[in-house]
Design a protein around this ligand. Sequence first.
Ligand code: ATP
Ligand code: MG
Length: 445
Amino acid sequence: MIRKLLRRVFLRGEPAHRPAELIPAERHGIRPEQVSAAARRTCEILQAAGHKAYVVGGAVRDLIAGIQPKDFDVATDATPEQVRALFRRSRIIGRRFQIVHVLHGAETIEVSTFRAAHDEATLKDEHGRVLADNVWGTMEEDAARRDFTINALYYDPTTQQVFDYHHGVRDLQRKTLRMIGDPRARYREDPVRMLRAVRLAAKLDLRMDPQVEAPIREMAPLIEHVPAARLFDEMLKLLLSGHAVEAVHRLREAGLHHGLLPLLDVILEQPLGEKFVMLALEDTDRRVKEGRRTSPGFLFATLLWHEVLANWQARQQAGELPVPALNAAMDEVLTVQGEKLAITRRIIGDIKEIWLMQPRFDKRAGRAPFRLVEQPRFRAAWDFLRLRCESGEAPMELADWWARFAAADNATREAMLKPTPVGTKKRRRRRSSRKADDAAAVAAE
Ligand code: ATP
Ligand code: MG
């Protein structure tokens, strides 16, 4: 019977059909209540309308690995228009990769239609990178075009079975990251998969299969052809995964960090810079694990700080005044970085705000400290200062002073102030303002 089937397949010259292994609940361990009510409801509604619908990808993988998923995606054989018609609060998004966002209360479920494997007709750029992906296919084809075996798992909340086409459950249980298909070809189609490999291995503590790991060093330059906005999203995911320290170590081991943050390799080579970045990443990982808020602005501000610092110091040595020199250094570093990573405008604003507040921590006399603690971003800027002190860039006493100052009442604050330095700057400013007053008075006459 099997021989007959095989002969039929081979005689037709088609690739062998690959049925899914059906994994029962006692082997995968997912309990239906671990899946968000919104995702279950989405599957139920689609299934009731006669479609296939499964929770898919990262959420299934994370649940089997014992991690609470960030979000739930659903895969279906319904087209985006059919999905759209079934849910009142839904909309089709994307062009090259169309999906439907289905809203249930505050939760959004991403519903995607099964996609077909790529063939010669697939639109690609000159480096082999796939550009369009809207050809619908079967569930089996959809599984085959996903990246890693552990990401090609489909969970049916109704039957509680997992459909596993590529031994993903086994790989997950053995803690191995394996690619579906030939890793080199898959990296060529989409170089971001190299970054995903590193990120997922760090997040789930997986060993990369040698075939997954080996080509990365040599193929890393392909990352250059990925649009900056996509790289930025992927880097952000990596850095905010709660496993950033591990991921950055692995990026370096794999030789991938050169292409991503062109400055990161330079920074990591300076001992003070490396200490600062690693402290910042440890801090971010801790925050993510504790469920506290993390800000991308703060994170990128830390990653790029030592580059700004070097540039700023060089400018001051060349005679530029501190504040204009800092502004020029910031712009230069952000421009270089922006070519590789499209850091969004809003995040750039946050980064600059944190940087520009740093020299203000040196002023501990007069009214300036009172104004600084009232700044809405004081806390973020102080966290940044603390990292500078912990890494040895500034004395720890400075961060401690500001923590005490911020917590103190007014009288204590007054007593804490340092004596006003008898610099020339202040007097010069007073003189010039008097001159300005005089000029205004003359003009008024
Ligand atoms: P995370 O937990 O960070 O969300 P994820 O694996 O879910 O990780 P997503 O970007 O949400 O990452 O992707 C959802 C699913 O889509 C993946 O699990 C995988 O099956 C598929 N996928 C994502 N990116 C790719 C890619 N570059 N190539 C092939 N399949 C991909
Ligand atoms: Mg996901």
